[in-house]
Design a protein around this ligand. Structure first.
Ligand SMILES: Nc1nc2c(ncn2[C@@H]2O[C@H](COP(=O)(O)OP(=O)(O)OP(=O)(O)O)[C@@H](O)[C@H]2O)c(=O)[nH]1
Ligand SMILES: [Mg+2]
Length: 308
């Protein structure tokens, strides 16, 4: 399984990956009996460093910041020769997942990238960086409501001061679809057959408009859990209706490129941090493990309640 997050600069991709992997370590085993561990701790150094910054600090009241992703930096990329060209490729992190009683382990490969590489017209080298999304079972686009000026009046920033600048995210989404189609040789009018998770990042800012505390995992008496598809579908509908009121071209683009779209709010931090960084003790992730749980559920490795 491959997970790569597509989204604008500063949409929260790196923070999300840190939060998601940390949550997977805590939750997959407890809820679904799926063990989740590093397959290659050396390759995983970059993601472990992200996680430790946010979740594993001796003094959890000191401000921490994950730097803006710079793919020229040697901790997240390597330069390789492809067809005689020097191409910069992102370093993967590898995890191993094993279901209880299952003898065939699965591996999860995670990539980070920088928002700039998804811009329309970015050079071919930049698009090579993003091609790992071709191999993902589920496409994951991250929409940042704070990067769309039309959402400004709906945002509840609490005491936090972090903010993003305005970016056209519908164009980014179309560019993602165009790159996938180009490389798979699909005709432009065909929709992508993989499910698209349309994540609304920093959903803590929309706490007043989106319900973030409904139970999406349903437990039974024996303590086993299943992903509740009926609840998830309700969450998706509610999220889509809200987005549709404000940015209809964004939801329309999502449906135009994929036939199976799930609108899911996620919050890596659970609150709006300060511009200078975030205090680990204030972090309360919301649903950041969900894209991994969703992909596992699609593969039949996590039980579901309700129909797909
Ligand atoms: N309110 C809120 N802000 C967040 C959340 N996650 C990230 N942020 C803010 O968004 C900023 C950017 O997050 P990054 O993860 O670095 O963004 P990115 O998408 O990796 O950006 P690039 O590497 O430039 O492409 C962070 O410094 C935080 O200020 C969240 O869950 N809630
Ligand atoms: Mg980043």
């Amino acid at each position: 399984m491959v997970m790569s997050v597509v989204g604008a600069a500063g949409a929260g991709k790196s923070v999300f990956l840190a939060s998601s992997m940390w949550q997977c370590r805590q939750m997959l085993s407890r809820l679904f009996g799926v063990s989740f561990m590093d397959l290659d701790p050396v390759a995983n150094r970059w993601i472990n460093a992200y996680e430790e910054k946010l979740f594993f600090q001796e003094d959890d009241t000191t401000l921490q910041q994950i730097e803006k992703t710079d793919l020229q930096a040697s901790n997240v990329s390597r330069s390789v020769m492809l067809d005689g060209d020097n191409v910069l490729l992102p370093l993967p992190s590898f995890f191993q997942l094993r279901t209880r009683g299952g003898d065939q382990p699965q591996s999860l490969v995670v990539y980070d990238s920088a928002g700039e590489h998804f811009r329309a017209g970015a050079d071919t080298q930049a698009s090579a960086v993003t091609l790992n999304m071709l191999n993902s079972d589920t496409l994951f686009f991250m929409f940042d409501p704070s990067a769309d000026p039309r959402f400004r009046s709906y945002l509840d920033r609490g005491g936090g001061t972090a903010r993003n600048y305005a970016q056209r995210q519908d164009i980014l989404l179309s560019e993602m679809a165009a790159r996938i189609r180009r490389h798979l040789g699909n005709r432009s009018e065909t929709r992508l057959s993989k499910p698209l998770i349309f994540g609304v990042s920093k959903a803590d800012l929309l706490r007043r408009r989106l319900s973030l505390n409904v139970p999406i995992y349903k437990g039974d008496k024996s303590g086993a859990y299943a992903l509740d598809l009926d609840v998830l579908r309700d969450v998706s509908r509610q999220t889509e209706t809200f987005l549709d009121e404000i940015a209809p071209e964004v939801t329309a683009t999502a449906h135009d490129i994929a036939s199976d779209v799930w609108f899911v709010p996620v919050s890596a931090l659970g609150h709006n941090p300060m511009r200078e960084g975030v205090r680990p003790c204030d972090i309360k992730p919301v649903w950041t493990e969900l894209p991994v749980v969703f992909t596992l559920a699609k593969k039949g490795l996590v039980p579901v309640s309700g129909e797909w």
